[in-house]
Design a protein around this ligand. Structure first.
Ligand code: GRF
Length: 220
């Protein structure tokens, strides 16, 4: 991939991870450009935030399902993402499952952030699940997206200690701080062409190896 990584960010709510990505770009820590922010929720605060920061942001209809996009809707989402020149999709608090049409259009180029140490506690309320289970450590995971629920190959993780007096709110806040650092870091590895999916594993190449590979195969 030549030039800054062309990102499309999918959001459903608050958008603090989206903001962390924009901040990292602004600070020169992430060589990317957010081409468009899309949401399944018309009132998502993230849409307003994106617009206020000069990033195109749109609500796009989802079709008849509650937990996923319809096939027809996915085609439209792909069309809009392509129209904006998006190379990589970053899910940031996007509350719907991604299916075949988007997965195949962006194969190996969709990433997500999850507030738990996968494979433990996938799905909703990862932080609450960790607390309820009595885990001594919690954290967050950035992973490639596949057809499962939070099951794709893992790019990076951060660990957060669970304190005796933690509530869901206090633990979530400490995990979120780590999310805001981890997501831009992982996206930067992607921007540098340093990630290779090898079965379940994601290999992180040295900057030199990534450069060598790009010279041998400029298509990435
Ligand atoms: C984050 O905790 C993220 O890990 C999860 O949903 C939450 C989104 O928060 N997937 P925000 O919208 O980025 O503030």
């Amino acid at each position: 991939m030549a030039g800054p990584l062309a990102l499309g960010i999918l959001v459903s709510g608050r958008g603090s991870n989206m903001e962390a990505v924009l901040d990292a770009i602004g600070a020169g820590q992430l060589d990317a450009e957010v081409r468009v922010v899309l949401s399944d929720v018309e009132s998502a605060p993230a849409l307003r935030t994106a617009l206020s920061r000069g990033v195109p942001a749109l609500h796009i209809p989802t079709g008849k399902y509650r937990t996923r996009l319809s096939d027809e809707a996915e085609k439209e989402w792909v069309r809009v993402l392509r129209e904006h020149g998006v190379e990589v999709i970053a899910l940031a608090g996007f509350m719907r499952m991604i299916h075949e049409t988007i997965l195949s259009a962006f194969a190996g180029r969709i990433v997500n952030i999850h507030p738990a140490l996968l494979p433990a506690f996938p799905g909703l309320h990862g932080q609450r699940q960790a607390l309820d289970y009595g885990a001594k450590v919690a954290g967050c995971t950035v992973h490639f997206v596949n057809e499962g629920m939070d099951t794709g190959p893992i790019i990076g993780q951060r660990v957060v200690r669970v304190e005796a007096d933690d509530t869901e709110q206090s633990l979530s806040a400490r995990i979120l701080e780590q999310e805001h650092e981890l997501y831009p870091e992982c996206l930067q590895l992607l921007a540098e062409g340093r990630l290779r999916i090898d079965g379940r594993r994601v290999r992180i190449l040295s900057a030199q190896d990534a450069l060598r590979k790009e010279c041998n195969d400029p298509s990435g």
